[in-house]
Design a protein around this ligand. Sequence first.
Ligand code: ARG
Ligand code: ASP
Length: 719
Amino acid sequence: MKIKALILILFLFTQNINRVFADEGMWLPLLLETLNQDEMQSMGFKLTAEDIYSINHGSMKDAVVLFGGGCTAEIVSDQGLILTNHHCGYGSIARHSSVDNDLLTDGFWAMSQEQELNNDGLTATILVRMEDVTAQVMKFIKDGMTEAERQAAIDEASKQIVADAVKGSHYEAKVKAFYYGNEFYLFVYEVFEDIRLVGAPPSSIGKFGGDTDNWVWPRHTGDFSVFRIYANKDNEPAKYSKDNVPYKPKYFFPISMQGIQEDDFTFVFGYPGTTQHYTLSDGVQQITEEENPVAVSLRRTRMDIMEKYMTMDDATRIQYASKIAGVANYWKKMMGESLGIRQWNGIERKTKQEEEFDKRVQTNPELKAKYGNLMAEFEKVYTEIRPFNAAFNYFFEGVWSIEAVKYAWNFNKYIAVCSQDPKSTEIPRLQEDLKKGIEGHFKSINYDIDRETCAAMLSELGGMGKDFLPPYYQTLKEEYKGDWNACANNIYENSYFTSKENCTEFLDMKAKKVKKAADDPMFKLASGIINLYITKIQPGQAKYESRLDSLYRIYVQGLAEVFPEERMWPDANSTLRVAYGKVKGYDATDAVHYTWYTTLAGVIEKEDPAIEDYYVDEKLEELYNTKDYGKYADSDGTMHVGFIATNHTTGGNSGSPVLNANGELIGINFDRVWQGTMSDLMFDPNKCRNISVDIRYVLFIIDKYAGAGHLVEEMKLIR
Ligand code: ARG
Ligand code: ASP
């Protein structure tokens, strides 16, 4: 029986049973009516599933935007105005910044539409519709197929389904697997390509608390930025053009000015990226006890090097701002995740659940026939995949963080072709492409940082295991007697790929000379390690991962049969989801209770001129001192800044609209609390909270702080 049908039946029978994990889950908008609507309404939701997702008329889903590739945004005016996080707009804001015009530090406000700034490559994607295509895909899958054959069949089916779905339209479409490939859904999208920057607060507001406060509550970050979607005259997606006009959406979110109370119903509508909540104890153990600590330590080392150079020079600070933010973010997340799992005894809990699964299976002949060997198989595969995962972790976090290694590897094909056939007609084109990239590459990299990073990473790579390191690594180690700094200095001095001049010279070289140049020390290092990755690590990992995929597919199906009392939700996979819960504080640790909201007083309390993350500028301080909050103050007279709720969110949900029982915007989601960062693996209802910036603080900053009240005028405020 199809999982969904099964869940539905089970749910109908078990609705009155207290759910073990209240508030857990990221649900498909298409299925809300059957799976969630009753529960949502019983928790306080005043509308219906049809108001959230409808294909017959404008509904909330038409106002939820996949922002770029990895964040969410929401439409808040009939002129395509969208809100997302400051950290989601960060890369775009940084690209418009220079030492003389530092939008990151000072903020930016377009006072008219003419002043809005173009962002090449930035997209805004809106879901047109989704559809269950499981039956269509299953027609292509035959019993006894290997994982690879199965995947090929799925790809083939998806290709046909997608082609049908977009025929005669400007839409794009994708088929995605759910429940480890037990179900498939089609998603049809409209992808807008002219997205302009409208406003951003200075980092002292948008990134207040910085990495010190990241993943932590209480929080006082005004983490928002403002963009606008532009379309052509027919209201359809178009590349940037002066002739484009603001997009007219099918729906936009009204904004609640009524404030929030603890225990209020709330939901989050957005694009969560990845969760792995079906992962067994062995997997959780490997992630939290083996992989995270290594990644955390390698990232710390890299960040120390970046920071050293960033404090020395402003141009480097801007150049690396976005890079270090990315590294720092998951550095901290991984620490919190491992801590949370440990404190919650996550591995033991998972183990118990697996034992219970196996017990029920072993005592029921019918289940035993299907799932009897499952746990033993899992154990075997998890043991076998371990060294490959460990090596991959070093490869990804260590080797792949050396920019020159990645860059040198770009030349692999060119060098190979030149070496095999210096007369090949392919050469001019390869050469041209590589030449085009030179300027951008060298602009984005500080080679002092990269050289030191390279030395530091090389000194750690031993952890990868002998089998996964090339002989050249050993040669270098002996040659430099373990002095990796000397080694890196030498490599960077003598490589074609570590300066613009050398690189240009390399590409101007006659093709028949290129073969010899391939002795380049950076290329040798890169190709040595990467070739081993391609021939050993990657295939090993792929082999066992495909085993795991098929085991998980069976396991997830088994869970539905073995634990009929539990409701199931499909792991996040960058598709549109709804999470719902209540505004709520939490007990963080023994004797520590956190209340559910923060205020501007907390910003002032944290203010510390000695710590960059806690800088508060005069204007904001003045607004605080005069309590000039206007209509944005809470009924208690304070300026609310952030709040937490029990919505289950993950990376990608940043920028998501946080809505009240009437579907009005009350905040913008941007983070999770420290004790709850493990929620990608396991959800602890007592500790997992999403963090949002109060929408009234956003409007207050736009209007009172920045003087861009014309943007608020565009919005629909509900009093
Ligand atoms: N932790 C949040 C999320 O995962 C916010 C990150 C903002 N970046 C930062 N380095 N402070 O994206
Ligand atoms: N900050 C995350 C994001 O950027 C959200 C999270 O992981 O809770 O999507």
